[in-house]
Design a protein around this ligand. Structure first.
Ligand SMILES: Nc1ncnc2c1ncn2[C@@H]1O[C@H](COP(=O)(O)OP(=O)(O)OP(=O)(O)O)[C@@H](O)[C@H]1O
Length: 374
């Protein structure tokens, strides 16, 4: 590489700090989310005074900063007081009530609950006791809460959290549910017994518009790349491609891959072509993320649908059963789940002589799905 252009700190990389493009990076600057941050801190304020905070329902499409807002907020609370315990639970990986409470236990005690297993009642009892003993308020963020709904665990989980003070007088717990599923009117789908105690404040995260995306990604470029690597034109193109889905993750992934493409060409500058090439992969970040956390049986189901794209549910079941040996009831549940995840389209159609039946097809490009199932 040419040191002759006077770029002394080049160090053989276009990146100044590649870490800023990683999935768990929490950005220092968090712009265009002032009103949402205000709504959240308003709800949490009572906790700072030792009272139960207001519950909150956070909604908005993927990649609009919901998780980041929670991380920022919890960081601010921790800086302010040690009297409030804040725990964010990723429900994509912890999709049952027991798993959620295991994470809460871990957050409170700094070690995992006994692997030999204890009853839910005991698990909860120990968490509550600890909070009461230490006189601390607990704020739980159930991130990607839609996954609890898919597993039919949402009502039980929320019920336990919201009624904690009845079973364990003195326990003060606030709940923030975070959901990105537009089809899920989360609250409406809860049991009546939960609805009667769950009246959350609403905080909505709309998609960023193109100028906002460009500003946010511009900040990332400044931190992540050496000066002059990404031109204004290239940044605008990345912003335009990102705005197509509105998911900021696409843009962040795109920047990183385009940088790697430039490096592969031994170029010190990211060109338009690097971006276009990268987009073929980056446009699927949402798909990759959805698939990454699926259970083996769910992956088999998608593979079966890919092999029988557009076929009737009955025919797909045959293929699924062959692969997994699972029965029809479980099959139906899994079909509903991948449907709710937006991975397939299930359409009712009249089939001659057999009444109404569902036909199942992939919502994404078949090759893209199969590549990611491997
Ligand atoms: N205002 C912002 N400023 C800087 N970076 C942001 C901003 N909003 C989001 N991001 C970045 O975009 C990415 C996606 O954000 P985040 O994970 O918070 O979205 P989300 O709404 O929780 O998505 P999902 O619903 O899919 O979980 C993260 O890498 C985050 O750092």
């Amino acid at each position: 590489m040419g040191g002759d252009e006077g770029m002394l700190s080049w160090d053989e990389s276009v990146f100044r700090d590649e870490h800023v493009f990683e999935i768990d990076y929490v950005p220092e600057a968090f712009v265009h989310r002032e009103s949402q941050m205000q709504g959240l801190s308003h709800a949490l304020r009572p906790a700072l005074r030792g009272s139960r905070p207001l519950n909150v329902s956070v909604r908005g499409p993927p990649g609009t900063g919901k998780t980041t807002a929670i991380q920022k907020l919890f960081g601010e609370v921790a800086a302010e007081t040690a009297e409030v315990e804040t725990i964010r639970v990723n429900c994509q990986v912890n999709s049952t009530r027991y798993a959620v409470f295991s994470r809460l236990f871990e957050g409170c005690f700094d070690y995992e609950p006994p692997s030999s297993g204890i009853s839910f009642k005991k698990l909860f009892g120990q968490i509550a006791e600890k909070l009461i003993e230490e006189d601390r308020v607990l704020v739980v963020a159930l991130d990607d809460v839609n996954y609890l709904f898919y597993e039919n665990e949402a009502s039980d989980t929320l019920y336990s959290l919201l009624r904690a003070h009845e079973e364990h007088p003195g326990a003060r717990i606030g709940v923030i549910v975070v959901s990105s599923d537009p089809t899920l009117e989360a609250i409406d789908e809860l049991d009546a017994r939960v609805q009667s105690v769950f009246r959350p404040e609403d905080v909505y995260f709309p998609v960023y518009d193109e100028p906002e995306i460009e500003e946010i990604l511009g900040e990332r470029v400044k931190r992540g790349f050496h000066d002059g690597v990404v031109s204004g034109d290239v940044l605008s193109r990345v912003a335009a491609l990102t705005a197509e889905s509105g998911d900021l993750r696409v843009g962040i992934d795109l920047l990183r891959r385009a940088g790697l493409n430039a490096e592969a060409r031994a170029s010190q500058v990211v060109e338009g072509g690097d971006v276009e090439d990268a987009y073929e992969t980056s446009k699927h970040v949402h798909l990759s993320r959805s698939l990454a956390n699926l259970a083996a049986s769910e992956r088999e189901l998608l593979a079966a649908i890919a092999d029988n794209d557009g076929e009737q549910a009955g025919a797909v079941y045959e293929a699924f059963h062959e692969r997994t040996d699972l029965g029809y009831t479980r099959y139906s549940e899994l079909v509903n789940k991948v449907d709710q995840l937006g991975l397939i389209d299930a359409e009712y159609a009249d089939v001659e002589g057999r009444g109404r039946s569902r036909s199942l097809s992939l919502s994404y490009d078949r090759e893209a799905v199969l590549d990611r199932l491997e």
